[in-house]
Design a protein around this ligand. Structure first.
Ligand code: PLP
Length: 390
């Protein structure tokens, strides 16, 4: 008999919560195999291509042999300068290019790695629920424990910081927040961000603000956490080119803010990865340099889709808020369903796929998330089909 090794998974992998999105993907594949004309509103991945200016910059850069070698760990100086310039222009926030900007292989990479730099086994990390799954998974991989802060509709989907027990705050090393928010699409007011700075200073907690959606807005421009006085003393902000410039496949992002926190994250990264392909950094420089008003076309596209889906679902008597930002709509499910059974019902009976809210954490149960990543016509068609089944 042929001998082979037994690949026993580590306990950190074995103890991962079930990955709901994998089972959704299976359901989707099954539907497609059956020939269903699927309208997929489940993915947070723009269907609009990367602007051609950015693609051209990449084409030019890829020809240059200087870019074929290992990149610098913290990002090319010119890339970090472009980030600093963009922050000044967009948020009026001044950043030191050398110490307050760090390149990332997409913001997910930095978010996933930051607990490794600051969380010891048994330490507490404050994590929003519902929330982007990487906050709690990164915490788990570092041996930390997530304390989930529920985002409730009655609190405008902001965590109630006063409700966190003092003992938990004293043990907390890190807090993740994310506004404009995925999946609820909530926007944080200045007062909330000020309160985060106050609590962080009082209890010595590192703030990690995920700002992936600041450029997908429909009325007032959302704030950067870095605009709040004292923000740089307590934490960092993760940012991404993925959503702003339809560059999810390119894998480039950055973190800015507190230099000690960035240095800690940088230390993990120098030991694990070797930075971002420089041609991609050149493309990102071109992106950050684009006249920001020219992005209004992208925003308008999402806005039209938002209006169609919002009005359509509202007319069906569903309970939802009109998003002020992000390309998501967070919708309360009708009675007699839970998140997963409603998603299954919509898929089986209407060929429309949304994401069950509990996939983002327990507090997301009772909701589904629709992503505005299909054309206006398809969204209109989705509403027509849902009308027949609710
Ligand atoms: C999409 C997304 C990210 C990840 O973006 P990348 O830069 O592509 O890794 C991070 N946070 C949230 C909340 C997101 O929705």
């Amino acid at each position: 008999m042929k001998k082979k090794i037994k690949a026993e998974l580590s306990s950190r992998i074995k103890h991962l919560p079930p990955y709901l999105f994998a089972s959704i993907d299976k359901m989707k594949q099954n539907a497609l195999a059956k020939g269903v004309d699927l309208i997929d509103l489940s993915i947070g991945d723009p269907d609009i291509p990367t602007p051609s200016r950015i693609v051209s910059a990449m084409k030019k850069a890829v020809e240059k042999p200087v870019h074929h070698r290992y990149p610098s760990y913290e990002g090319m100086l010119s890339y970090r300068e472009a980030v600093a310039k963009w922050y000044k222009k967009r948020f009026n926030v001044r950043l030191d290019t050398r110490t307050e900007v760090l390149s990332l292989i997409g913001s997910k990479e930095g978010i996933g790695h930051i607990p490794l730099a600051f969380v010891n086994p048994g330490d507490t990390v404050l994590v929003p629920s519902p929330g982007y799954p990487v906050y709690s998974i990164g915490t788990l991989f570092a041996g930390g424990e997530s304390y989930f802060m529920p985002l409730m509709e009655e609190n405008d989907f902001l965590p109630d910081l006063d409700a966190i027990p003092k003992k938990v705050l004293q043990k907390a090393k890190l807090i993740f927040i994310n506004y404009p928010n995925n999946p609820t699409s909530a926007v944080a007011p200045r007062e909330f961000l000020q309160e985060v700075v106050r609590i962080a200073l009082k209890y010595n907690i590192i703030v990690c603000h995920d700002a992936s959606y600041t450029e997908i807005y429909y009325d007032r421009k959302p704030l950067s956490f870095m605009q709040i006085p004292g923000a740089k003393d307590v934490g960092i902000e993760f940012h991404s080119l993925s959503k702003t410039y339809n560059m999810t496949g390119w894998r480039i992002g950055f973190a800015v803010g507190n230099r000690e926190v960035l240095a800690g994250l940088g230390k993990i990264k120098t030991n694990l990865d070797s930075g971002v392909f420089q041609a991609i950094q050149e493309a990102a420089i071109a992106a950050l340099d684009i006249d920001q008003n020219s992005l209004s076309g992208i925003r308008k596209t999402y806005q039209k889709r938002r209006d169609v889906l919002y009005a359509g679902l509202k007319k069906l008597g569903m309970h939802l808020r009109k998003p002020k930002a992000t390309f998501y709509i967070w919708v309360k499910i009708p009675p007699h369903f839970d998140s997963m059974s409603f998603v299954t019902h919509m898929l089986d009976k209407a060929g429309v796929l949304a994401t069950p809210g509990n996939g983002f954490g327990e507090a997301g149960e009772g909701y589904v998330r629709f992503a505005l990543t299909a054309s206006e016509d398809r969204i209109r068609e989705a509403v027509d089909r849902i009308k027949k089944i609710v």
